[in-house]
Design a protein around this ligand. Structure first.
Ligand code: F6R
Length: 358
């Protein structure tokens, strides 16, 4: 395993600069907020907490995860159902009165382009977020509003661009209330986290490096304590897949207490070297805290279990501190596994093959 304190070794193993993008993430998020603040409600579009029958964020992979963040962080407030769609087809209920937010960082993901066409054909209002590609061309040709973000990065390293402009736009559309204070808190805390987690911060005081070292060579299972912590756990999962190129599983309380908890009975016969990460929150309810603690005891003593706590007051800040922590861990984990965190050969190969099929 490379020495995670050796900056030159990190740079050699990360030629695509995933670490630099991760370090620059708070600035990217600030820019994302600015882009969103410039959004103007198109003429004739309704505004208000119940102006739309439903809001559907449609996208895939790194462009869909911002939809999970939006849905889960607003679930106690939003009066309009907010859903995430990850497929060619939109649900049957999407039509006139719906707001469809089509997110594709590249602008060329075929499932998202298909969903965009369906939204248009069914008379939904359509807002696009992209850095360019066919999606931007179509939005322009159709006269649909577009949140245009800088391109040229891996989508999964661009969630500051794919989440925050949408976050600002839904505030301007009145679907949720003003969240300026929460946004500021989330950004401030990410700037602070960056100092603790960046490569120049030695392992002795850098919990992201410590956790990556502890997870290297293991099969990690990540559980979120409830609600948006489940979305954090899923983000860790997909970042471990794409950056470190490893399998991982994720789930959330309370649901995992009703099925997945039993999988631990035979886990050691299925594979060696499991490790668990519990994404927790000091604002978890007593019931949830009790569930997490009891589950840790029931999983058993021979699986290492690491507690990670989201930080902050607002749900948004706690969401993003959990996500940003995991982004650093995923890049260190890639380096610990000897992987180049940026390349995604199997996704590229599949997209190339599918591009040949009409
Ligand atoms: C790559 C990544 C992928 C893409 C997905 C969709 O970094 O995160 O999961 O996000 O293949 O592509 P886009 O985001 O361009 O629509």
């Amino acid at each position: 395993m490379i020495d995670l304190d050796d900056i030159a070794a990190i740079t050699r193993q990360d030629p695509g600069g995933m670490m630099a993008l991760t370090v620059g993430f708070p600035e990217q998020s600030e820019k994302g907020v600015e882009i969103g603040k410039a959004f103007e409600t198109p003429a004739g579009w309704p505004t208000g907490p119940q102006a739309y029958r439903n809001v559907v964020v449609t996208g895939l992979g790194g462009s869909a995860i911002g939809g999970d963040f939006l849905r889960s962080v607003t679930e106690h407030e939003a009066l309009t159902p907010i859903l995430v769609n990850r497929d060619y087809d939109l649900p049957g209920f999407v039509g006139e009165g719906s707001l469809v937010i089509a997110v594709s960082y590249s602008g060329n993901t075929e499932e998202t382009l298909s969903a965009y066409e369906q939204a248009k054909a069914r008379g939904a209002r359509v807002l696009v977020l992209t850095s360019g590609g066919a999606l931007l061309e179509r939005a322009k040709a159709d006269g649909n509003p577009a949140l245009v973000v800088p391109g040229g990065q891996p989508p999964r390293a661009s969630s500051g661009f794919t989440f925050f402009p949408v976050w600002e736009a839904v505030q301007r559309l009145g679907i949720i209330g003003d969240k300026s204070a929460d946004t500021k808190e989330a950004l401030d805390l990410m700037f602070r986290q960056r100092e603790a987690f960046k490569p120049e911060s030695p392992t002795s005081g850098n919990s992201a490096k410590q956790l990556a070292k502890a997870l290297a060579g293991k099969l990690p299972v990540i559980y979120g304590s409830q609600g948006f912590r489940g979305a954090i756990a899923y983000r860790w999962h997909t970042q471990f897949n794409e950056n470190a190129k490893i399998h991982t599983f994720s789930g959330a309380f309370p649901e995992m207490n009703h099925n997945e908890i039993l999988g631990w009975i035979n886990a050691s016969k299925q594979a060696n070297d499991w490790a668990v990460v519990m994404i927790r929150d000091r604002k978890d309810t007593t019931k949830i805290t009790t569930r997490v603690d009891a589950t840790k005891r029931l999983i058993g003593g021979n699986v290492p279990i690491h507690d990670v706590y989201a930080d902050g007051e607002s749900a948004l800040a706690r969401l993003w501190t959990g996500v940003y922590y995991g982004d650093f861990v995923s890049v260190y984990l890639a380096l610990a596994w000897g992987e180049d965190p940026t390349v995604i050969p199997s996704i590229d190969a599949l997209k190339a093959e599918l591009a040949k099929v009409q």
